[in-house]
Design a binder for this molecule. Structure first.
Ligand SMILES: *[C@@H]1O[C@H](CO)[C@@H](O)[C@H](O)[C@H]1NC(C)=O
Ligand SMILES: *[C@@H]1O[C@H](CO)[C@@H](O)[C@H](O)[C@H]1NC(C)=O
Ligand SMILES: *[C@@H]1O[C@H](CO)[C@@H](O)[C@H](O)[C@H]1NC(C)=O
Length: 453
């Protein structure tokens, strides 16, 4: 046997090359296709990518959800003790610290966790704050003497700018409404989906969602609580949405809601996770899972219309999905896979017991059919879970009152472990009032000029 001829080698190389090409383009197709019926062989091959599918977060809430939700009707305490009442207090953004603690047990869990972390790590210093590189989608600000000062902002596009403005505005709103004095702090936040988009671990950064291993970060309520507006999606403020949902809920009774599991969304975010739901729900009498292609808007249904279903599925995307707060505004059962990303209000989720307020399934949805059948055959239980969710989230933990309380608890917790003299830096920042009057191009890339001492 002689050496293979050059032409044979060429043929082999060509075959290998085209095989690799086909393989890569199949994977690409599997991950980016807008079709909902990609062959399951392909979905098996898609790398998990953004979702490391084997792990999830356990929520360990030390304060009990039940503590504040039902107040004892004992005659002695009834007259004196203040308790949170919806709708009376739901939009009161000026509750004091003791009212906030009474009204929202368990809401400040992640603030307490982060404070404990920094307490045992020597606290937050100017040096540690300066170690945070200011990337696109981030802002640096300070609260001093009851005023909000902007030190720097960085935005790659208008989406960044809108989100940064929404967060600063939410801070400003909670600040001007504060009935008691607030601490002096200096902080940096990111509006990106993930910590790893902007920074490494170990920094005292404020972010929207964290994995349980990301212990140094502080969670804040997402920009959608202020408002969610971009050229494709006009949702409005969270309060407006909640109000619209409430009005449509008032016209519906549980038994008339569609007894199906609804999900609409984009398959290209977390394709493996999301396509798995399609596979499991396809051909099931209870399945109403469809893809939305934003450019075409087919299959689109409004958030209010999601509430017309008894069951709404919640799926993570690139990281957390901020749509959870809208699903929780409905009087419907939220069915979610085990979550990896934590948002500030996730500690209030309960997957079992009398307070159960959502249904949890495995990340591969293997137990979804069984759990759906159990829910459908026990409408009283399903209705109770939906009502628990509505009472817990819509009427308590996702109200404007709760959001403002959370912001101020965040500042308190952060200040407790922070050794930064916010007054020095704050004084060269631009007050929020002036900041928002600038042209949007100036807001995209802003840096306050330091004044010489
Ligand atoms: C809950 O506790 C477990 C075990 O101590 C820990 O691994 C996990 O990170 C905790 N979850 C959260 C959200 O802190
Ligand atoms: C907080 O508000 C409650 C109810 O109005 C009031 O009774 C209480 O004294 C206030 N607490 C403080 C510290 O001002
Ligand atoms: C800043 O605040 C600290 C206490 O937090 C105080 O000692 C210092 O004098 C203040 N500096 C200025 C310039 O106000």
């Amino acid at each position: 046997m002689g050496r293979p001829s050059l032409s044979r080698l060429r043929v082999i190389a060509l075959l290998l090359l085209s095989f690799t090409g086909i393989f890569i383009s199949s994977l690409w197709f599997g991950m980016n296709s807008q079709k909902d019926n990609v062959p399951s062989l392909l979905t098996q091959l898609i790398p998990a990518g953004h979702c490391t599918c084997s792990s999830w977060t356990n929520f360990n809430c030390t304060s009990s959800l039940a503590d504040g939700t039902s107040f004892p009707a004992s005659s002695v305490s009834r007259e004196r003790a203040w308790s949170f009442q919806y709708p009376r207090d739901g939009s009161n953004i000026a509750l004091n610290r003791s009212q906030c603690a009474t009204a929202f047990p368990g809401l400040f869990e992640d603030v307490n966790r982060a404070a404990a972390f920094w307490e045992s790590s020597g606290g937050i210093t100017t040096e540690k704050l300066d170690n945070i590189p200011l990337k696109n989608g981030m802002a640096h600000a300070a609260i001093y003497n009851g005023e909000l000062y902007i030190l720097a902002t960085k935005a790659a596009q208008h989406d960044h700018r809108r989100k940064i403005m929404a967060v600063l505005s939410a801070v400003y709103r909670a600040l001007v409404a504060a009935p008691e004095s607030v601490p002096e702090i200096e902080f940096v936040f990111s509006i990106e989906d993930k910590l790893e988009d902007v920074a490494g671990p170990g920094l005292p950064l404020w972010i929207l969602g964290r994995k349980s291993s990301e212990e140094s970060v502080w969670l804040f309520p997402d920009f959608g609580f202020w408002a969610w507006e971009n050229p494709n999606v006009l949702v409005g403020t969270y309060s407006q949405m909640a109000q619209r949902i409430k009005e449509s809920e008032n016209k519906m009774v549980w038994s008339e809601k569609i007894p199906k599991l609804v999900w609409r969304g984009n398959l290209a975010f977390a394709p493996k996770l999301r396509r798995r739901l399609f596979e499991v729900a396809r051909d099931q009498p209870w399945g109403d899972v469809k893809e939305v292609v934003w450019s075409r808007k087919d299959n689109f249904i409004s958030m209010e219309d999601h509430c017309k279903y008894q069951f709404t599925a919640h799926l993570e995307g690139r990281s957390f999905s901020s749509s959870l707060k809208y699903r929780q505004a409905c009087n419907s059962v939220v069915v979610s896979h085990k979550l990896q990303y934590i948002q500030h209000h996730h500690y209030l989720l309960r997957s079992s017991g009398d307070d159960q307020n959502f249904v949890q399934v495995e990340r591969d949805f293997s137990d979804l059919p069984l759990k759906m059948e159990a829910l459908l055959s026990n409408p009283e239980r399903s209705q109770r879970i939906a009502e628990n969710s509505f009472k817990t989230f819509h009427e308590r933990y996702l109200t404007a009152a709760a959001e403002a309380c959370y912001w101020r608890a965040l500042w308190d917790g952060y200040a407790k472990v922070s050794h930064i003299m916010a007054n020095k830096t704050a004084q060269h920042g631009l007050p929020y009032e002036s900041f928002i009057l600038q042209e949007s191009s100036a807001i995209m890339n802003f840096e306050a000029v330091a004044v010489e001492a």
